[in-house]
Design a protein around this ligand. Structure first.
Ligand SMILES: [Zn+2]
Length: 412
């Protein structure tokens, strides 16, 4: 009885505040809004009710919690279609299988927080079995992190013959994978020669499609990218040696291209001593990475000449790279010559579409989830502004609010 009385008191005390915060709308007051689909809006309001964007513009709202984002650049939350949140350093070295699992998962949580704080409200991890628990924990909405999709354990040419691959694709779906990751070629250093046979690719991508799962394919050589495209796979990852002919084919088939030119190799080189001597991270490999940067940049420039090719935004972030996902944007625009608005659309609505999340996130429009960020500066005019994220909202909840810290704020 005493316990019941106590419970009743607690409920009475908690309910009004909880109900109030749930129903009270939020208004974001903006001066420069890039909607993620190529449109620019000036001096407008965004009304958010619960997790969703209810309205843009119109009359002023009373009784709403208001965040003044004027003077900043407001965009949808960015998306990284290729980020390995489980990868991390421990004691200054790349962590391996011998690490206690509690340490491993807490480092992965660090990476999730770093990624969200950098303005990335969704990521795709291709993938590891441990992703599932992290994805589900973030979805419980206590631990901060981006929306997360995972392939769980990837499949390779050694996973088995076509029939076995079909079985493994069904197994991944049962295990809770959001999509399937395939390795169809060797590494960039080994020339990216095709490893999975055409029949293996057709079996894996065909089976996945019949189950409603997307397939993303590690493929460096033109022949491996071509085979994956013809097998109906969803996206080509890396694609360092893809040719004009195969880019044309991908564009015709609507196959997404996910080049990773701005962060992964740079990050390896910057953190060389933390990787060197582990697995196949040797001096020869690091010597190649310098060359690799030029190779992937050249291929990216080639890809840009195919206007119908859908180039999405993935970084291949590994240990040391999490939270620096915007470096890809900087390199694409500054060194690759990509139109900054096209790069922004790639990092938002186009990547959302490629993940099957186009009706949920990646653009600022009524009915979309309120995944909204603000930059100090305009990344379309100054690429380095992409590093200065001051405000992060995911599904209507504010995770980062550093508006008072900005130089432009104090100048206003
Ligand atoms: Zn990767």
């Amino acid at each position: 009885m005493l316990r019941l009385a106590h419970l009743l008191v607690s409920v009475t005390l908690l309910t009004p505040a909880a109900a109030f915060s749930q129903t009270r709308p939020i208004v974001l007051k903006t001066s420069l809004l890039l909607d993620g689909k190529g449109q620019t809006l000036t001096n407008t309001f965004i009304l958010i009710e619960g997790s969703k964007i209810a309205r843009i513009g119109g009359a002023a709202f009373s009784g709403a919690i208001t965040y003044d984002l004027t003077g900043f650049t407001v965009t949808p939350g960015w998306i990284d279609t290729h980020a390995h949140l489980m990868w991390h350093f421990n004691n200054g070295r790349l962590a391996g299988k011998d690490e206690p699992p509690t340490q491993a998962i807490l480092h992965a949580v660090d990476n999730a927080v770093l990624t969200l704080n950098a303005g990335f409200t969704a990521i795709q991890s291709p993938g590891s079995a441990e992703d599932k628990d992290l994805r589900d924990a973030i979805a419980r909405d206590i631990i901060p992190g981006p929306r997360m999709l995972t392939s769980l354990e990837p499949l390779t040419e050694q996973s088995g013959p076509p029939e076995k691959l079909r079985e493994l694709v069904r197994e991944r779906k049962q295990q809770g994978a959001d999509f399937v990751k395939l390795f169809a070629s060797k590494s960039i250093r080994e020339g990216g020669t095709q490893t999975m046979t055409d029949a293996q690719l057709q079996a894996a991508c065909g089976e996945a499609k019949s189950l409603g799962l997307r397939t993303i394919v590690h493929a460096h050589s033109a022949e491996s990218a071509k085979a994956a495209t013809l097998a109906g796979c969803t996206s080509i990852e890396h694609g360092a040696y893809v040719t004009d002919e195969v880019f044309d084919l991908m564009a015709r088939h609507g196959t997404y291209y996910d080049p990773n030119i701005g962060l992964v190799l740079q990050n390896y080189l910057e953190n060389k001593e933390k990787f060197l001597g582990i697995g196949n991270y040797n001096e020869q490999g690091f010597a190649f990475m310098e060359k690799g940067k030029a190779i992937v940049l050249d291929t990216f420039k080639k890809a840009l000449k195919h206007p119908d090719l859908k180039i999405i935004y993935g970084t291949d972030a590994v240990a040391g790279a999490h939270g620096r996902n915007a470096e890809e944007f900087i390199v694409r625009v500054r060194d690759g010559g990509q139109d900054p608005m096209a790069a922004l659309v790639s990092a938002t609505s186009l990547s959302a579409e490629s993940l099957g999340l186009g009706n949920i996130t990646g653009s600022i429009a009524p009915g979309m989830d309120a995944d909204i960020i603000a930059f100090d500066g305009n990344p379309l005019q100054d690429v380095t502004a992409a590093r200065r994220v001051l405000f992060v909202m995911k599904a209507g909840k504010v995770f980062v609010n550093r508006l008072q810290e900005s130089s432009s704020h104090s100048a206003r």
